[in-house]
Design a protein around this ligand. Structure first.
Ligand code: NAD
Length: 484
């Protein structure tokens, strides 16, 4: 069992303000695997003061982008050395298969940091514009102190979607990990210290939602970047709205995979299942509504059912496991509630629907497929956040598009077809932030974020960096030449 007694604030491991602690419980066997201090309001105040000092008087925002990129590259080196330990830590905390941890939780995260190291070196933080009334200098200055609030499902990856562009911009950060997954953030803090990130640039306070809200309201915080549920996002947006605080929100999803009439089913199912069930179904971008043409509905339902039957459930530390437990008993209750609701509404379970045999402990549910689903049913409208898929029939392509768009969410989606040009036409019609033709992917150099209730603003790509920058225009006297 890992026990940590201090918080990472101001570049040091400091004593917390109270003796409150958070126990980290294994979703696999329900044993307590770690304990960290539970941050309270006074700890957030101290972390914000330290980030404020580092921003207002420290070197970080005043260093050249190339100097910041060198420090970020050193951080990447430190994290790469810890890759295996990080992947195991995340799997033990939240239960995703170790194979997914290695790739989706850790390798992808390091790639995001690597992308921003490169962008920091090439980005035009300052440019001279010949204007209509004379030249001006357009600067992109760091936003200030950023409060970054992350969920438990992809804790290290979501942290990096915020931390890397914030560092690139010259901002300073107070990070609030979710109480379910504070242990990966401890490893991150060690790497930050070892990489020579100046003191106070990154401060980490694991805590629950009330203390998170204190961070959101804090008058010395300039920007909030939040990833989590749509309900919490609404609350955070309203607080930021009152304060005119900058805010980025990455929220839930209920993405549709449209299988067209001409799709090769074997290829489609093999490509689609990881996008539908990855991370034990606890993914905001999960393709959980599978839209199939009525003429091929039986065939698609059968193929999805067989693929999900073969999606093996097991100990997440076993490299052959495809689905581990859900993060918490509370989360299993929620998923089981949706399974009961689907049955009650008249959808039919073709595989799963209960708990897998052979697990005396742990918060396991069977990967589950519902067929005969109508898009008005609760299981088609709400984010379940577990390994539960709904196969929905459509009569023609216009109806498929209407169903895909008939959602409060708009985060991800895919279309599967033999005709890629036609797939692109479909992609243009779906109101969602990220879309893939014949696959499921997330490009780190391109914007990622939600339409509608899936969020506000974008992460990744240069757009993700812009979220930590303020544009400033300095008008120059007539005839003045800026020295490069
Ligand atoms: P959650 O909203 O309950 O909590 C997320 C984080 O916010 C946690 O750290 C929590 O402590 C904190 N929090 C909650 N309420 C808060 C408040 N009022 N003020 C400040 N902080 C608050 O979500 P969760 O259950 O941890 O995560 C699952 C959700 O996250 C799903 O809806 C999922 O779709 C979403 N998610 C979205 C993305 C994306 O990029 N769009 C990525 C991952 C997860």
């Amino acid at each position: 069992m890992q026990v940590h007694e201090r918080l990472f604030i101001g570049g040091d491991w400091v004593a917390p303000s109270t003796s409150a602690t958070i126990d980290v419980v294994s979703p696999h066997d329900e044993s307590t695997i770690g304990r960290v201090p539970e941050g309270r309001e006074a700890d957030v105040d101290r972390a914000v003061a330290s980030a404020r000092e580092a921003f207002d008087h420290g070197p970080w925002p005043r260093m050249s982008p190339a100097e910041r990129a060198d420090v970020m590259a050193a951080l990447l080196g430190e994290l790469q050395m810890k890759s295996a330990e990080m992947a195991e830590t995340i799997t033990r905390e939240m239960g995703c298969p170790i194979s997914f941890s290695n790739m989706g939780q850790v390798m992808a995260t390091n790639m995001v940091l690597d992308y921003y190291v490169g962008l920091t070196r090439s980005y035009a933080f300052e440019e001279v514009r010949p204007g209509m009334l004379g030249s001006c200098l357009v600067r992109r200055e760091p936003v200030g102190v950023a409060g970054c609030i992350v969920p438990w499902n992809v804790p290290f990856f979501v942290t990096m979607l915020k931390l890397a562009p914030a560092l690139a911009a010259g901002a300073t950060v107070v990070l609030k990990p979710a109480p379910e997954t504070p242990l990966d953030a401890i490893l991150l803090a060690d790497a930050i210290a070892a990489a020579g990130v100046p003191k106070g640039v990154v401060n980490i306070v694991p805590a629950g939602r009330e203390v998170g809200e204190h961070l959101v309201r804090h008058p010395k915080v300039d920007k909030i970047s939040f990833t989590g549920s749509t309900a919490a996002g609404r609350k955070i947006a309203s607080i930021c709205g009152e304060q005119l605080k900058r805010v980025t929100l990455e929220l839930g999803g209920k993405s549709a995979a449209i299988i067209l009439n001409d799709a090769d089913l074997e290829f489609t199912i093999a490509g689609l299942m990881p996008g539908a069930l990855m991370n034990n179904g606890q993914a905001c971008v999960a393709q959980t509504r599978i839209l199939a043409p009525r003429s091929r509905y039986g065939e698609v339902c059968e193929a999805v059912t067989e693929a999900v039957r073969a999606w093996t459930v097991g100990d997440p530390m076993d490299p052959s496991t495809m689905c581990g437990p859900l993060v918490a008993s509370r989360q299993r209750d929620r998923v089981e509630g949706y399974i009961a609701a689907g049955k009650k509404e008249g959808a039919k379970v073709t595989v799963g629907g209960g708990r897998p045999a052979g697990f005396a402990k742990g918060w396991y549910v069977d990967p589950t497929v519902f067929v005969d689903v109508h898009n008005r049913m609760q299981i088609a409208r709400e984010e379940i956040f577990g390994p539960v898929l709904a196969v929905i029939p459509y009569e023609n392509e216009a109806e498929a598009l209407a169903i895909a768009n008939d959602s409060d969410y708009g985060l991800s989606g895919s279309v599967w077809t033999a005709d890629v040009d036609h797939g692109l036409d479909v992609a243009r019609e779906v109101r969602t932030g990220t879309y893939t033709v014949n696959g499921f992917s997330m490009e780190f150099g391109a914007p990622f974020g939600g339409f509608k209730c899936s969020g506000l603003g974008r992460e990744l790509g240069p757009e993700g960096l812009a979220a930590y920058l303020e544009a400033k225009t300095i008008n120059l006297p007539m005839g003045y030449e800026v020295k490069s």
